[in-house]
Write a protein that binds this ligand. Structure first.
Ligand SMILES: [Cu+2]
Length: 129
């Protein structure tokens, strides 16, 4: 590209930019948005690890995707009248009949995908951070 062309383009760009700035400056200034209110939050490291629960209902895990901190114990409870289980990776629950629960404590970060081995289309995951 020839230097003269670059100079012309540069000048043109600058002119357009200046025009845009001028146009913006002519507009009434919108009121500045109020600064967001920062809610006090305890540092994550201080928060106690709360247990979590997954409900098995209507042939589905709910929530199907769960994110929990390391050390969390997750409890699955089957509310269906048909038996289900929790199966995948280190997760090997017994058959859970209606009203039965099974718990697993996640001590290592990672994503744990699981299914119901009786109904393999039922799937869920726990992400441990
Ligand atoms: Cu099942």
């Amino acid at each position: 590209m020839k230097p003269i062309t670059r100079t012309c383009l540069g000048t043109l760009t600058t002119a357009v930019a200046l025009a845009a700035v001028t146009a913006c400056g002519a507009q009434p200034a919108a009121p500045a948005a109020a600064p967001p209110v920062h809610q006090a939050q305890a540092p994550a490291a201080v928060q106690p690890v709360a247990d979590a629960a997954v409900t098995i209902a209507n042939y589905a895990f709910s929530p199907a995707a769960l994110t929990v901190p390391v050390g969390t114990t997750v409890t699955w409870t089957n509310t269906d009248s048909v038996p289900h289980d929790v199966s995948g990776g280190p997760l090997h629950s017994p058959i859970l009949n209606q009203g039965q629960s099974w718990s697993y404590t996640f001590s290592t970060a990672g994503t744990y995908s699981y299914i119901c081995s009786i109904h393999p289309y039922m799937n869920g995951s726990v992400t441990v951070t």
